[in-house]
Design a protein around this ligand. Structure first.
Ligand code: TXA
Ligand code: MG
Length: 327
């Protein structure tokens, strides 16, 4: 992978301006981007993904200085989190400013905002906004660049495999460093609410904002996307508690593929055994590529070992639970 040249970035920004779709690397997962001000372009994202139209989509902005353009009010809590973690793998939900296009909010009163740190994402966003940010709502609407319900892409090859030539440009920035989607914190309710765990943990949020975030209540989701099994592989996936691992493995006769923290025992008959890193950051980096490899092999069942307890594993546990089709 060679980093996209300045000319390639400029061309991608021009494609966005003319209503096209650009898939681009971020530090979390690859995004499928469109001009956030252009409802037709945003509608194309949904069409390509096969995603329901009323879902809100994250708006990617070049820097914290763009925050006020999009948010009606920036509470101290949100400002502290933005200062502490941007650019980086954090999305803030804020009350939207007047005029923010409905296409990106799904008609809700809030907007999701993120400043990614990946140099390719940064270069694209800056090129798109121009030197000073010519327009008020300069920003790139981008969900993950996968088909609805599939595993998020963490390499340009994943994007190509999922979306092929339905995207106008793919900006290759190598394998995503974080590997799982951004942490989402709703700051529109007077207290921080954690809508999606990620590399930035609840403890990190508490440390920087001074308030421990509340977990999202399941009855009143404001993040429709948080409900679906978003990360589902094609083969059934069973999440197995560490204590039950040996016994479960011994009892399974079907052709299985394995995602585990352990080494494959000698003589083990699994079709594929992926040994995952014991460091949560490295595990996150490898997770989706691992799930794709398992999904691509000729098995009847994927067995995944539940990650250890501890908040630094919350994001990974969340993704594995969503991927699981059986208990
Ligand atoms: O790491 C990431 O966040 C990646 C990269 C590309 O930035 N993006 C991503 O987007 O994961 P997506 O669309 O796959 O997930 C965005 C989540 C969805 O669950 C959506 O419902 C939620 O963010 N969301 C967006 N705007 C929202 C809003 N105004 N209120 C509540 N939830 C919102
Ligand atoms: Mg997604």
């Amino acid at each position: 992978m060679t980093a996209p040249s300045a000319a390639e970035i400029a061309r991608a920004a021009a494609v966005l301006r003319s209503g096209g779709l650009v898939a681009f690397a971020t530090e979390t997962v690859y995004g499928l981007g469109a001009d956030a001000r252009n409802p037709d372009a945003v509608a194309r994202i949904f069409a390509v993904k096969g995603r329901p139209q009323d879902h809100p989509v994250i708006v990617h902005i070049p820097g914290i200085e763009y925050l006020e353009r999009w948010a009606r009010e920036v509470p101290a809590l949100a400002r502290a989190l933005a200062r502490g973690f941007w650019p980086g793998p954090l999305t803030l939900i804020l009350e939207r400013a007047p005029g923010v296009p409905d296409a990106v909010t799904g008609g809700q009163g809030t907007v999701g905002l993120r400043v990614p740190s990946h140099p390719v994402a940064q270069a694209l966003l800056r090129a798109f906004a121009g030197e000073e940010g010519a327009h008020r709502f300069d920003g790139v609407a981008a969900p993950s660049a996968n088909r609805f319900g599939r595993i998020s892409p963490t390499t340009a090859a994943h994007v190509r495999a999922d979306l092929g030539d339905e995207v106008d440009v793919i900006l290759d920035g190598g394998a995503c460093e974080v590997g799982i989607e951004s942490t989402i914190v709703d700051c529109s309710r007077g207290e921080p609410v954690l809508l999606r765990p990620g590399r930035i943990t609840a403890a990190d949020i508490a440390r920087v904002s001074g308030v421990a975030p509340r977990a999202a209540d399941r009855e009143a989701p404001r993040s429709p996307g948080a409900l679906e099994s978003h990360y589902a592989p094609r083969h059934p996936l069973r999440l197995v508690a560490a204590e039950a691992w040996d016994k479960t493995l011994a009892g399974i006769r079907s052709r299985r593929a394995v995602l585990s923290l352990r080494e494959q025992p000698a003589g083990d008959a699994s079709v594929l055994w992926i040994r995952m890193p014991t460091d949560p950051a490295r595990y996150g980096h490898d997770l989706y590529a691992g799930l794709r490899a398992l999904d691509g092999c000729d098995c009847e069942l994927i067995l995944a070992e539940a990650p250890p307890p501890g908040p630094e594993w919350d994001g990974i546990r969340d993704r594995l639970c969503r991927a699981a089709t059986e208990a």
